[in-house]
Design a protein around this ligand. Structure first.
Ligand SMILES: Cc1cc2nc3c(=O)[nH]c(=O)nc-3n(C[C@H](O)[C@H](O)[C@H](O)COP(=O)(O)O)c2cc1C
Length: 193
C-alpha cells in the first residue's frame, strides 16, 4: 500500500483499465452489486478529504493524511445489498422471502472487495501506487451527501491511486509486525495445533 504520491497525473486510460478489470471480479449469482465513485479532479479529491476529516485534523494533518491527500485519484467502491436480495429472488434462485438470514457472509461486500483488489492489482501492472483504506463511520453520511451516493449503495472503503512519491518509503507493515507463517494459517486435512 502506497500512502504518499507525486504530483504526476495518472493516465486516464490506466484508471479506465482498473475499472474494466474491477468489473471482471466474480460476484455471487453474477449479481454485480457494485458501483465505483471515481474522483479524479483536484477539486473532487479535496472534497473527499474535507468530507472525511474533522476540523482539528484539517488544521493539523498527521503524516498519514498529508501523504494520502497527495493522491490525484480516489475511487470509492460501493456495494449494494439490495442488488443481491433482488437477484436471489429471481426464479433460478427463488429466495423470494428476501430473508437476510440466508446471508451469513455479506457477499455484496465480499464481491466489491474482490473488485477492489483488481483495482489494486491493476495499479501494480500500471506502475502506480494505491492504498485501500476504510472510511470512518462518522463520515459516511458526509461522503454520501457530498457525492450523491444513493441509500441502496454502501461505500466499503476508498482507494487512493497515483504515482508513488519518493517520500513514500519502502517500509511496509511487515517491517513492524511479522507476516504470519503459512504453517500458522494453513490447515491441511484438519484444523490442528
Ligand atoms: C479492509 C482493509 C482496510 C484497510 N484500512 C486501512 C486504513 O484505514 N488505513 C491505511 O493506511 N491502510 C489501510 N489498509 C491497508 C493495510 O493496512 C495494508 O494492506 C497492510 O497493512 C499491508 O500493507 P502495508 O505493508 O503497505 O502496510 C486496509 C486494508 C484493508 C484490506
Amino acid at each position: 500500500m502506497v500512502r504518499a504520491y507525486s504530483d504526476r497525473p495518472v493516465d486516464p486510460a490506466a484508471i479506465e483499465r482498473a475499472l474494466r478489470n474491477a468489473v471482471r471480479a466474480p460476484s455471487a449469482g453474477f449479481s454485480q452489486g457494485w458501483a465505483f465513485l471515481v474522483l479524479d479532479t483536484r477539486a473532487d479529491v479535496d472534497a473527499f478529504w474535507s468530507a472525511t476529516t474533522d476540523a482539528a485534523a484539517e488544521a493539523e494533518p498527521d503524516s498519514w493524511l498529508t501523504g494520502m491527500r497527495t493522491a490525484p485519484v480516489v475511487i470509492v467502491p460501493c456495494s449494494s445489498k439490495a442488488a443481491y436480495l433482488g437477484r436471489y429472488a429471481e426464479p433460478d434462485k427463488g429466495w423470494t422471502d428476501l430473508d437476510e438470514a440466508r446471508w451469513p457472509v455479506p457477499f455484496w461486500h465480499m464481491d466489491t472487495a474482490m473488485a477492489s483488489l483488481l483495482i489494486l492489482l491493476t495499479a501494480v501492472d500500471e506502475g502506480l501506487g494505491a492504498c485501500f483504506f476504510g472510511i470512518p463511520p462518522d463520515y459516511d453520511a458526509a461522503v454520501r451527501e457530498r457525492f450523491g451516493i444513493p441509500e441502496d449503495f454502501d461505500p466499503v472503503g476508498a482507494i487512493t491511486l497515483g504515482h508513488r512519491s519518493d517520500q513514500a518509503g519502502a517500509a511496509g507493515s511487515p517491517s513492524r509486525r511479522p507476516r504470519k507463517d503459512l504453517a500458522e494459517v494453513v490447515h491441511r486435512g484438519r484444523w490442528s495445533g
